[in-house]
Design a protein around this ligand. Sequence first.
Ligand code: S3P
Length: 443
Amino acid sequence: MTNAAERGRRFRVRPGGRLSGALRVPGDKSISHRAVMLGALAEGTTEIGGFLEGADALATLAAFRALGVEAEGPRRGRLRIRGVGLHGLRAPDGPLDLGNSGTSMRLLAGLLAGQAFDSTLLGDASLMRRPMRRVTEPLAAMGARIDTSAEGTAPLRIHGGQRLRGIDYALPVASAQVKSALLLAGLYADGETRVTEPAPTRDHTERLLAGFGYPVHRDGASVRLSGGGRLQGGPIVVPADISSAAFFLVGASIAPGSALVLEHVGLNPTRTGVIGILRRMGADIEIEDQREVGGEPVGRIAVRHAPLYGIEIPPELVPLAIDEFPAIFVAAACAQGETRLAGAEELRVKESDRIQVMADGLAALGITAEPQPDGIRIQGGRLGGGQVRAHGDHRIAMAFAMAGLAAEDEILIDDCTEVDTSFPGFVDMARDAGLAITVEAGA
Ligand code: S3P
């Protein structure tokens, strides 16, 4: 969450070093959100292990507590939720503040549209700027009543007591958040809700619904469910977040002498675009001990330094690597030749405008980076030192921190939020692995 104190945080990264050792990054953010949501709506108790104790997932948990759900923890990744059943949520006393978390807001919009009571959703300055019509419009087609600002942003005022009906909806943008919002509303709708994706997006909602015993069907690019079922709680193990592992995959790839092992990483094929992209660039990444845990594939990733080459990023990998582009851009800056990305306009409406913010930061470090409306061209070269701004975006801050491994001089990263949004303990873990990073109060 962005507040004045956090805006003032600065990372200072001394150049050089290498990454080594074995580490387990924190739990997957997307799965942690969904585990809380479905655990709350289930019957019986849901025990979650490996829960991400980061601000975003904690915002979802706080929202469900405000909706009358009892939960114990989280303590060292363990969280126990007493499900209230699909119709057991209570009206909250006031607005639900979801901080920096787009996933919380969009998924909750769908889920709360089906409740008997009114609710209001808000968040920090970044979240209040993000587009919400992508969920409110199809939800309205299902019979929901949700008011946004004139610009289509939060606060979202959700009018309860509406009768929802299933729809057959083709997503105009590849978005797991929109798909999930509609499926969650579909739990409360008459008839069938069917969502068709223009390209595959993360499917954790579908997998977890099935894990809770709710019938969900996939045919090709479509997923569908019918309202009126029940969810049964049970144990959930959240794998380590590949989106957090991505910073270390890039760091080890660009720093000579690096050899790093990342344990128990979620390897859901709708999330592994970063591995495909880095491998195409020449990265030395091996996957070992792959197995299925709680309905999600996991495995160990071994990564070593390797010379990287610029590539044209295959369009089909874009939605499968959507959160990893800040890190991938740093890899591109260290690669020989040009890397080109297109078809990624979504990056402009993430926690920051990740195309512009990364282009500005790379330019400040001496790299030629040309932003395009839907992507970027990055000419690999010598990363100098310099001062960049993270614009309060956790993934920008961590990506530029890793750039220090290949830089010729010190990098100062201003306007870092608590990277705790998605990765509590990043600074200590990165330092232990070999990154020369310190945190200070910013200017
Ligand atoms: C997420 C989906 C993605 C991703 C976000 C988490 C999710 O957003 O960027 O960090 O958990 O469903 P979109 O679905 O909007 O692309």
